[in-house]
Each structure stands twice: as structure tokens, then as C-alpha cells.
Design a protein around this ligand. Structure first.
Ligand code: PMP
Length: 382
């Protein structure tokens, strides 16, 4: 089946709302056209509102989440300095690889997959051995773990170490408070809870982060150098490298939808969607991998029932018009991942549950999709 016709319930990219697609499809104009410069400026301003970053400097450049991770590291941590990584899985571990690529020493505080590193463990790791920066992942998309970021930030308060947060699988789906938490970098991607198409790297930097960039002098980056981009972000009519005109306008439209919905209402909707999805899966008899106390509202990592073949099950789900994602790392083959973030609602949840129930029946595990959907609807509430 052509994926164009299916409901994409993977942990990013997520389904793109028609209003955002309309913005994407408008004729491409000069990156210096007044209408585009205005949209770029508005997009950056909206980003600060969504991240609650009155004091944050926003950056939106062509790329993806990994480029934003690289930009954070290369601009904030010098060669030979230390990075402390708080890792909850595959994407937390990516920080170690990026650090290695730039000659930065990485120390890792790692949780067992599906559990969260305790704030006390972070506090202890900082005592007497303070790194230049701490890299945290709000939601690790491999394990479905939402980290207690506010509590981590409390442990970092007043310290020298810069606080870097990967919000790729969280921003605009789960509360994030750049100023209140004292973050130095919040980075994210367009294609997840923001509900925009992929194509841009998004980052907010504190004054302290930009001062560190200046203090480093020459960094091992050209395109990824925040100093080169800063004047463009202050005045989006200036040129450094051609912005992704259509994607920026799409992101602006996506951020407009987020703010129209209201942040509180949007976070609550994500919680209700997660509750509905999990109630339906429980009724089907499927187990959730992530420990209950740290399950993210943006995705669910599901374990396969005994004897179910991973590739077959996901192919049967796709044949019913819904795409879910395979599991990563040590979970590969043992389970699958359902993204439920961005601009989706109960109908998409029900369609997904129906498809999984019917696919399981096709795999020889008789399942009542109607009952599972009723359980989901009840959990979603009024
Ligand atoms: N961090 C997290 C938590 C992610 O989920 C992802 C992508 N799945 C990334 C970073 C990397 O983002 P991208 O694929 O856009 O480079």
C-alpha cells in the first residue's frame, strides 16, 4: 500500500493538518520578500511563546532535529570539555556519538530502558565533577520515557553547567518552560508534536548559551555556527544561507494552530489521547513497555503478545491503512511504537486501535476491536 493513503501513527513525522499543508503549498518566494520576512519573524516569535521563552533567542534553520542537537553541542561545549548525558535510550545515546565527533568528553548517566534517571542521581553526578553542559532528552522516542526535566533543572540551578534539552518528541505536546526551568538550549523538530512537515532544525538559546558561544572563539562548524545565524534571527531579512521558505511558513502556520488551541488545552488533549490509546491497547491485551510513572503523552511503546511476528503484525496493520513504527535498539522485534501527538484526535486513535485489533486477529489472536474502541472512548472522556 502506498503510504500516501494511510494514517501515519509513527513517532514523527505526524499527520499534517490541511491548514499547514496549505501554507506549505503556497508559491515559493524570495527569502527576502517582505511577506516571507514577516512570516519568519512571526514564526520565531511564536516559537518563543510556545517554549515560554521570553528570554530565549530562537533559531530556525533548514535541517532536522539531529542538526539542532549538533548545533547545541558544537556551540556550547568546546573540544576537550565535558558533557554529561542523561540518557533514556537511543536518542539520549546519540549525544555520545555527537560528542565523540567533536572531541568532547561524554560521561553518561543512563537509566534502564523504560525507566527514568532520578533527579538525585543527577545531583550526585554533578557533585565535585561539574561538566560544561548537561544534555537531557525530554521524551526518548525509543523507550517512551518522559524524563522529570523540571526536577533535573532544579538540580542544575545556580551551577556552571549549561542545561541542554532535546524536546524533539515533546515540544508543543508536553509542557516545557524555557525561562522558568533555566534552560540554556531547548531544541526540537517540526515533525512531531508541532505537527509540521520535517525540514527544519529548531533551537532556542539563552543569553548564557550565546555568551558561551562567543567565549569559545572558533568552533568546528560553519553552517551550524549560532554566531553566523544570530544576525539573521534578529533581522530575518538578512542572508546567511537560504532559509527553507515553504517549511518556515508551514512551521509558522503550525505554531499558529498550537497557540490558537492554547497550550494548556493542547497538553490536556495529548494526555487524553494517550489515556484513550492505552485503554484500547489494554482491552486488546497488549502490554506497554514503559514504566507507568514515566510514560510520555506523545507516544506509546507496546510489547508484542507472545508468539507474534513483528514484521507480519506491522504489515497487517499497514494493510488496514495505519502505519505504526518498529521498536529500536534492544526492543527491535519485541514490540512496536505508536506516535499520538500533534494535530490528531480521538478518530485517529480509534482507527489505529481498530487496525491493530483486526491485524492481531489476522495473526491468529482473536481480538474484539469494538470493545477496545469503547474502552478508548470512555478513557478519552467527554
Ligand atoms: N531526538 C529525539 C527525542 C527524537 O525522537 C529524534 C527523531 N526521532 C531526534 C532527536 C532526531 O531528530 P531528526 O530525526 O529530526 O534528526
Amino acid at each position: 500500500m502506498d503510504h500516501d493513503d494511510v494514517l501515519t501513527m509513527i513517532p514523527g513525522p505526524t499527520p499534517v493538518h490541511p491548514a499547514i499543508l496549505d501554507a506549505l503549498a503556497r508559491p515559493t518566494v524570495s527569502h527576502q520578500a517582505p511577506s516571507f520576512v514577516e512570516a519568519y519573524r512571526r514564526c520565531l516569535d511564536r516559537l518563543r511563546q510556545v517554549a515560554r521563552a521570553e528570554h530565549g533567542h530562537p533559531f530556525v534553520v533548514a535541517g532536522a532535529g539531529t542538526l539542532a542537537m549538533e548545533m547545541a553541542l558544537v556551540n556550547l561545549v568546546g573540544r576537550g570539555e565535558d558533557l554529561l548525558v542523561v540518557s533514556h535510550g537511543y536518542f539520549g545515546d546519540r549525544w555520545i556519538e555527537i560528542a565523540e565527533a567533536f572531541g568532547v568528553r561524554a560521561r553518561v548517566l543512563r537509566a534502564e530502558w523504560g525507566r527514568a534517571v532520578s533527579p538525585d542521581a543527577l545531583g550526585a553526578a554533578l557533585e565535585g565533577n561539574e561538566p560544561a553542559a548537561v544534555a537531557m532528552t525530554h521524551v526518548d522516542t525509543s523507550t517512551g520515557t518522559a524524563a522529570p526535566v523540571a526536577a533535573y533543572c532544579d538540580r542544575l540551578r545556580g551551577r556552571r553547567a549549561l542545561a541542554i534539552l532535546d524536546g524533539v518528541c515533546a515540544t508543543a505536546g508536553i509542557d516545557e518552560r524555557f525561562d522558568d526551568w533555566g534552560l540554556d538550549v531547548l531544541l526540537t523538530g517540526a515533525q512531531k508534536a508541532l505537527g509540521a512537515p520535517p525540514g527544519v532544525a529548531i533551537l532556542l538559546a539563552s543569553e548564557r548559551a550565546l555568551a558561551k558561544r562567543e567565549a569559545l572563539g572558533v568552533v568546528r562548524a560553519y553552517f551550524a555556527d549560532l554566531r553566523r545565524w544570530r544576525r539573521v534571527m534578529d533581522d530575518p531579512g538578512l542572508y546567511f544561507s537560504t532559509p527553507a521558505v515553504n517549511e518556515v511558513r508551514a512551521l509558522d502556520a503550525a505554531l499558529g494552530l498550537v497557540l490558537d488551541e492554547g497550550l494548556g488545552a493542547r497538553f490536556r488533549r495529548h494526555e487524553r489521547i494517550a489515556a484513550a490509546m492505552r485503554a484500547g491497547l489494554a482491552e486488546i491485551g497488549l502490554e506497554i513497555f514503559t514504566a507507568p510513572e514515566c510514560r510520555a503523552a506523545t507516544l506509546t511503546v507496546v510489547l508484542h503478545a507472545e508468539g507474534i511476528d513483528d514484521a507480519r503484525l506491522r504489515a497487517e496493520v499497514a494493510a488496514r491503512g495505519v502505519v505504526v513504527a518498529g521498536a529500536l535498539g534492544p526492543l527491535a522485534g519485541r514490540g512496536f511504537r505508536i506516535g499520538h501527538m500533534g494535530n490528531i484526535g480521538l478518530p485517529e486513535v480509534l482507527r489505529t486501535i481498530e487496525a491493530i485489533a483486526s491485524a492481531l486477529s489476522a495473526c491468529g489472536r482473536a481480538t474484539d476491536g469494538n470493545r477496545a474502541c469503547a474502552a478508548a472512548e470512555a478513557a478519552f472522556g467527554e
